[in-house]
Write a protein that binds this ligand. Sequence first.
Ligand SMILES: Cc1cc2nc3c(=O)[nH]c(=O)nc-3n(C[C@H](O)[C@H](O)[C@H](O)COP(=O)(O)OP(=O)(O)OC[C@H]3O[C@@H](n4cnc5c(N)ncnc54)[C@H](O)[C@@H]3O)c2cc1C
Length: 285
Amino acid sequence: MYPPKFGYIRVTSLEEAVKVLESDENAKILAGGQSLMPMLKLRLIRPSYLVDINRVPNLSYISIEGDKIRIGALVRHHQVEINRDLWKIYPALPETAIQIGDPQIRNLGTMAGSLAHADPAADWPATLIALRASVRILSPSGIREVPVEDFITGPFTTALGRGEVISEIVIPRLSGTVKSSYVKLERKAGDFAVVGVAVMLRLSPDGSVEDASIGITAAGPKPFRAREAEKALIGRKLTDDVIEDAAERAMKESSPISDIRGSAEYKRAMVKVMTRRAIKNALSR
Ligand SMILES: Cc1cc2nc3c(=O)[nH]c(=O)nc-3n(C[C@H](O)[C@H](O)[C@H](O)COP(=O)(O)OP(=O)(O)OC[C@H]3O[C@@H](n4cnc5c(N)ncnc54)[C@H](O)[C@@H]3O)c2cc1C
């Protein structure tokens, strides 16, 4: 309940945050605080300084221009949840936001913070992997961009190096008929996922699948793309048999652990069920 002592620095630019993080490896960014503060209260981390970026101007943007959607580092889950354009372009995005935690958490928690925290049961990574998003990173030596799939390297571990800060998430906007969905199995509203599945499908005019990607939550040490399942869809029309084959393959690609949310066997079976539902849900739009 009581955090350990820490210093507090409020920065007014991300460049300033990079400087502080570079000079002190025990300093940590504070964004929504919805993962950081619980960890501090349990004394699981002991940072020297919290570098508060909440007063950095112009970081709360959702910009949709040309073939890119850009989401600033201070965009809260709630902002995504209520964005009407995103509901039209990629319903999987607001659909993910709406299933995270509860309203209080969604008012503060950020997409960037969720990626940096890299909880294997977090919802954003699977959806962003399915939408082939990248993380834009500000480093002491400049800017680099890393696909979300490579950014999360393991449980609670990312590609972020010393002095590096996420500045935005970039989501490519595919042309043509694109459908998407994120479905989540949870024990109760507000809980982390037992498993979750995000699907993105691009359909040709005859209804067959031109391109597909599938991201999976909580069924391995990190969120992953179910590539074998994707292969089962590409070039095919989505009959029940084709969907069943993809769902079966997604299950085989998963490697969940047994924990309070269920046995590994149960979670694997649920990957199959949720993959089937995600594909059908995406198609129904
Ligand atoms: C009760 C509860 C239920 C929850 N349920 C869910 C759920 O169902 N699904 C889900 O996905 N999540 C859930 N969460 C987590 C929540 O979504 C967090 O908001 C999110 O994981 C972290 O975002 P944040 O902005 O709060 O980050 P913070 O807590 O401020 O920071 C988290 C980590 O990211 C780092 N960080 C933050 N921003 C940056 C940046 N721009 N660059 C570099 N590093 C950065 C911080 O230093 C810290 O290490 C839940 C949390 C709680 C407390």
